[in-house]
Design a protein around this ligand. Sequence first.
Ligand code: ADP
Ligand code: MG
Ligand code: MG
Length: 268
Amino acid sequence: MSTVKWKKHQILGSGSFGTVHVASPSNEPNSTNVVAVKSASFPHSDSLKMETNFLYELRGCPEIVQCFGDDISVENNNEVYNVILEFAPGGTLSDLINIPGKMSERLVAFYTRMILKGLSNIHQSFVHCDIKPGNILVFPMKDGTNHLKIADFGLAKDVGVEIDSYRGTLVYSSPESVEFGVLETSTDIWSLGCIVIEMITGEKIWKNISKQELINEIVHGEPIIPQNISDFAKDFLQRCLAKERRKRWTADELLYHPFIVDNFVQVD
Ligand code: ADP
Ligand code: MG
Ligand code: MG
């Protein structure tokens, strides 16, 4: 439980299960101390509580959004469950992808490395199951770079646990998750491959097709690896987007792929 009471301001995002607001301490109206509060009321509060448990277990990882605490408030006679998160001033990776102009491969590798570090931590025990640009938060740094953190553990699960119904975002979903509902760590790696294509080209991996065609493409089609990119980038994408999930590399292996290592310059 957090001791500070938070006053909610504008909405940062809302889904069918809850809402995320910017908030500041209610007793200090001019405070520059801001947080993001993700809220849900019954029955969705139960899944938000589970989401919070994942965040607590992953506390301390620099590439995962930090959770400061949780509390219950009463709004319009409804009990609302609130999770207090660090606020990402830079929005999400979707916002970065939507900036006109292409990202350099070096920048893509820099961002991909941070996502891989987050996934490496998550995959020690969990599968995220909803890796996509809108769930990756952006923290602008003083040196002009952006730090990325993985958020939204609403669909996460323990490794090895089977789930009845998968509700991840279709365009980032792997063949085995769409066809059989199989969700293992390799499933998140497929989604990462989709994100890397999107960062490099500015376009989604599968484009302009109906839901049925999309399902068909994911299950039976071959993802198109862009041709006008470096050989290391192509190879990296092939390791993420292998249709046979056992052939995909793990996050720990991908961290040592030349696409990541050769593009990484240590900044002191
Ligand atoms: P949902 O489960 O509804 O998708 P998310 O946790 O992904 O919820 O949050 C929805 C949106 O709210 C995100 O896509 C992002 O735009 C915004 N958001 C979430 N958490 C934060 C945060 N800590 N800081 C800033 N914006 C956030
Ligand atoms: Mg989300
Ligand atoms: Mg969610």
